[in-house]
Design a protein around this ligand. Structure first.
Ligand code: C5P
Length: 405
């Protein structure tokens, strides 16, 4: 998405350096529009280097492309951080005497401001009235925080931290198309014990399922995340008031937890890597070499959880399966996925290629998404969060006719 970051002339401009970095890191095309005063705090080369886009303060540059309005017209979001009392006043009055002013007047995108000023200026009735005007106009305001100010005094007026501004900005870019929808997501990999210290497991980190839960919650869903053996640092991405985490270990535990979570869920997403087999016998005591010889491990099949969920599917419920394949060609990948979709009866099947170096444990992913007729409805490649976005888009589409019924 295109984000314009307006930077005005306050000492907090140095914190917006981090804000720009965070927005670029989140995959957005960021254009910085500083005021002349802002450049006294942080120079133009810094903004250009971080945003990877040309930076100017003047409405007279790039006139051929009508830059003074083009930036605002093309923006999906405009963030002003820091927003000084002066710029807030100009915004309230609709003054456009610099590139940021023309951009703000020319945009129909959401606008987020992070005020930063001395406490007296923040409390001044003029600022209060201007903030009121902006709020009434639908401008989003984050902060200011109470804390130490540039002069050494303290009070309300301190710009909130860049992480908080980035979070507010990204939330404004996220559609709320899953508002109130209940989703059950399984993630991670099951472990089937052999004895008290050993298990049969797999390399799934849980990252893709956690990204799905986090993205669903950001879009308004109420999520139950059934987490099979996921490390704390991976699970941290799922910290959200609308995500309830249910930790599980084995396939049997995961089956029970998903059966419970699916009862009132409109969408069920089985992203977990579930063991297909488990040891027939689990020894109460650690297996040792003392008896001599190499032990044979007898395996028994675990029930197919997703097939069970499909057989109990409630009206209007969308069920999504995952498949990790090691094919020799893309045709084989899609063909295998098609057969799996038919066999399991899921509404959507997300298939990705895995190997020693790809898929599991990695940050990125590439998937094909198949619909209930076995047709490829979408493909996605990128971070696991980007793949999660594509999967949720497909779920929203599959839910639409069912929700209208
Ligand atoms: O057949 P395969 O294991 O490749 O299928 C993967 C899909 O089936 C995933 O959605 C996985 O969560 C689910 N699965 C399951 N129960 C099993 C094995 C896999 O629900 N015992």
């Amino acid at each position: 998405m295109n984000i314009v970051v307006g930077v005005t002339g306050g000492i907090a401009a140095y914190k917006s350096v981090q804000l720009v970095r965070l927005l670029v890191k989140a995959g957005h095309d960021v254009t910085v529009v500083p005021t002349d005063d802002a450049l006294r705090f942080v120079g133009l080369p810094t903004w250009e280097a971080l945003s990877h886009n040309p930076v100017t303060t003047s409405v007279h540059d790039d006139v051929a492309r009508v830059r003074h309005v083009a930036l605002g017209q093309g923006a999906d979001l405009v963030v002003v951080a820091p927003a000084t009392a002066n710029t807030i006043a100009k915004m309230a009055a609709g003054i456009a005497d610099n590139l940021l002013g023309t951009t703000l007047l020319a945009t129909e995108a959401p606008v987020l401001i992070a005020p930063a000023m001395h406490a007296e200026m923040w409390r001044h009735p003029a600022t209060t009235a201007n903030i009121g005007t902006l709020r009434d106009r639908g401008v989003h305001i984050v902060g200011p925080a109470v804390g130490e100010l540039a002069g050494g005094d303290s009070g309300p007026g301190r710009m909130v931290e860049p992480e908080e501004i980035a979070e507010a900005a990204l939330a404004l870019l996220t559609p709320r198309d899953l508002d109130g929808v209940r989703i059950a997501v399984s993630a991670g990999g099951t472990r089937e014990p052999l004895d008290p210290v050993r298990y049969l497991g797999n390399r799934s980190s849980g990252r893709q399922g956690v990204a799905l839960a986090a993205e669903a919650a950001a879009r308004g869903a109420v999520v139950t995340l059934v987490a099979a053996n996921i490390s704390a640092d991976v699970l941290a991405e799922a910290r959200h008031p609308s995500i309830a985490v249910v930790p599980v270990g084995t396939a049997a535990e995961l089956a029970d937890a998903m059966a419970d979570a699916a009862v009132d869920a409109q969408a069920v997403v089985m992203a977990a890597a579930v063991a297909d087999y488990r040891p027939a016998v689990v020894s109460d005591r650690k297996l040792t070499k003392e008896g001599g010889g190499v032990p044979a491990i007898e395996l028994v099949e675990t029930p197919d959880i997703v097939a069970g969920l499909v057989s109990r599917r409630r009206d209007g419920q969308v069920i999504v399966g995952f498949a990790a394949e090691t094919p020799q060609s893309e045709e084989e990948l899609v063909e295998r996925a098609r057969r799996k979709q038919q066999r399991k009866g899921v509404d959507l099947l997300v298939v990705n290629e895995v190997g020693w170096e790809r898929g599991f444990e990695s940050a990125g992913n590439a998937v094909h998404i198949l619909g209930d007729g076995g047709e490829v409805v979408a493909t996605a490649e990128g971070t696991k969060r980007e793949v999660a976005t594509a999967v949720l888009d497909a779920i929203v589409e599959a839910l639409a006719p069912l929700r209208r019924r």
